[in-house]
Structures are given as C-alpha cells and as structure tokens.
Design a protein around this ligand. Structure first.
Ligand code: CMP
Length: 148
C-alpha cells in the first residue's frame, strides 16, 4: 500500500538562488501538507550518511561537498500516495529531461544542483524523515505525531 508521507530537501543551490518561497508555494498548491520543516546546514558527515546509498557512484564526493556547502530546507510532506505524487511534481533528476512546470525544470541548475530532493520509496521516506525529525517534531491535523 502507498504511504502518505514523503521527505524533501530544498538544496543549497535553490536556497541561495532565493527560491524557497516559490518552491513551498508550488508544494502547497499541489495539495501537500507540511508535517515538519527546518532550515539547516548539513555537516559533511551527515551528507555522506544521507547519500551513502550512492557512495560507489562517481559523483558521490562532489554531491557530498555540494549538499554540505550551505543551508538547505528539510521537510516532511503529507498527501495520499505522497512519494509518487511528489516525484511527479519535481520532475526528472536531470532538469534537461524534466517536464515543463516541474520544480526541477523551473529551478534546477544541473543534474547535481537539481533544486530539490524527493524520496524514492515509502521506506526511504520514513528513513529520511527520521534522519532530520523526531516524531515529536512532526505535526498532522491532530497535533504532534509522537503524542498520538
Ligand atoms: P537526489 O534526488 O537528491 O538523489 C541523488 C542525487 O545525486 C541527485 O538528486 C543529484 O543531486 C545527484 N546526482 C544524480 N545523478 C547524478 C549525476 N549523473 N551527476 C551528478 N550528480 C548526480
């Protein structure tokens, strides 16, 4: 069964380009609720751990440097079938292949500096959300998720 949360980061490129507001507006307009959110900066070790699944890839070291270079926005988003719906909203990893109107088409600079991250499965959505937020820092319509 599909889950109802996904995890996103607005990456350093889009934060420093001043696109936080426009990206969040697009997320809200597409019907996602913000369950948790923070502006933060990844330490190098945190970026290494977050992207450890890619550690054998040729772009890994550069990706880690980029993701820990300046602040990001981390957020947990809620919507029915959230992982799939959010991946449609952000578009292909490579902005050159992303559909018109998608977040990456609008705001990405390159395949690495691609504006936003989105979880690729329900399991990873939970793992990645837990990387940044405790249950007490996540809020649905009934209040703190950790207290329900
Ligand atoms: P993301 O969705 O966060 O997941 C892994 C990230 O690795 C991806 O977005 C890009 O930032 C980066 N990435 C993926 N493929 C490449 C590539 N071919 N060259 C450089 N960076 C890449």
């Amino acid at each position: 069964m599909s889950g109802n949360i996904t995890f996103t980061m607005i990456k350093p490129c889009a934060v420093s380009d001043g696109h936080i507001g426009q990206i969040l507006a697009q997320i809200n307009k597409a019907g996602f609720r913000i369950v948790a959110m923070k502006l933060t900066k990844l330490r190098k070790g945190e970026a290494e751990a977050f992207y450890s699944i890619h550690r054998e890839r040729p772009f890994y070291n550069e990706l880690v440097e980029f993701m820990s270079s300046s602040p990001i926005v981390a957020a947990v988003l809620e919507k029915e079938n959230a992982v799939v719906e959010y991946r449609k909203l952000i578009g292909s990893t490579d902005p050159a292949k992303a559909d018109e109107g998608t977040i990456r088409k609008l705001y990405a600079q390159s395949i690495q500096n691609n504006a936003v991250h989105g979880s690729d499965s329900d399991d990873n959505a939970e793992i990645e959300s837990g990387f940044f937020f405790s249950m007490g820092e996540r809020f649905n319509k009934k209040g703190a998720v950790g207290l329900q």
